[in-house]
Design a protein around this ligand. Sequence first.
Ligand code: CP3
Length: 347
Amino acid sequence: MQKNDLILRVLNGEQTERVPVWMMRQAGRYLPDYMKLKAKYDFFTRVETPELATEITLQPVNQVGVDAAIIFSDILVIPQAMGLEVLMEEGKGPSLPRVIQTQKDIDALRTDGVEESLNYVTEALSLTKKELNGRVPLIGFAGAPWTILCYMVEGKGSKTWDKAKQFAYTQPLEAHNLLQKITDITIQYLIAQVKAGADLVQVFDSWAGSLSPADFKIYAQPYLLQIADALKPHAPVILFPKGTWHAIKDLGQSSAAGIGIDWCIDPATARAFAGNHITLQGNFDPAKLLAPIPDIRNAVKEMINGFGHHRYIANLGHGITPNVPVDHARAFVDAVKEFGVNPTYKK
Ligand code: CP3
């Protein structure tokens, strides 16, 4: 039985006794126990060993008190499973030695057996689900097609994503073929995650904001909507296209149960754009966790007042950074638990 199902009820549009809270990248380098495992095992060993992935997934639940667990993995397991090598070098971030440039490269990407090659993720989900024993819901995730294309074409992180955009603007047919191929695999992968125990899924479109509003509608939004439509019968979906305040209104009409919001829009405006029929999640500036604790608490209070107590999940506007003191992360979570109590809640 699910003992704490706050997030699931909020995504379902129900009133809850308080606002639930979790943090993107909540399992990571700001946690000393994570650093201990990081010192012993390289990144993909941690990701590919279900016992390690489970242990890491549970750390923020046990140590910070969040209302959901998100499976420890990475969005780049998809390009890996499709046959592209992915390296994770300390201090450098991810890199892909072989990148996509032509239709031939796209045709060579594997689509068969992708689910089997990602068995370690579904095993980690089943094991985590068992260990959680209903304490909090379990979140599965994948990268959005545009964000995955960005890495497949650039081969590493970028401030401008100009090579990925050049590919889209000079070879639009190939770009759409690639985006569709990633979309099809991602749908299968997310459904497999739900079958293995994920209670909801989030789609990270971290680099959606690199596109203009018009190009977002061409290269990102249609694929996000396909994923939301396909997952709807299986589990609630949260779409997080970072940096796209302009899309909130359209996505508010989609099959998604929730939309992730970054800190470049104020909560009341995001709510006005989205309407009242979709759950919003966000949007605390992760760097604000470096402020003094009393300031964090005040900012949390304002954020909740802006979004309202209904159809709202408190979170950061992007991933937590490694330099956040654990007691500041805890202060953020505790402040939501305190100020998020719904004064008008009726059972
Ligand atoms: O949220 C969680 O706690 C679950 C774990 C998670 C990781 N990556 C673990 C990770 C999630 C949800 C991701 C998603 C992810 N990965 C995204 C989308 C979210 C976002 O932040 O925009 C992206 C763009 C990636 C790609 C990626 N993986 C990058 C750019 C990096 C390097 C950046 C960095 O922080 O060093 C990674 C590596 C990575 N993935 C780490 C973790 C904890 C850090 C490496 C390590 O701990 O050894």
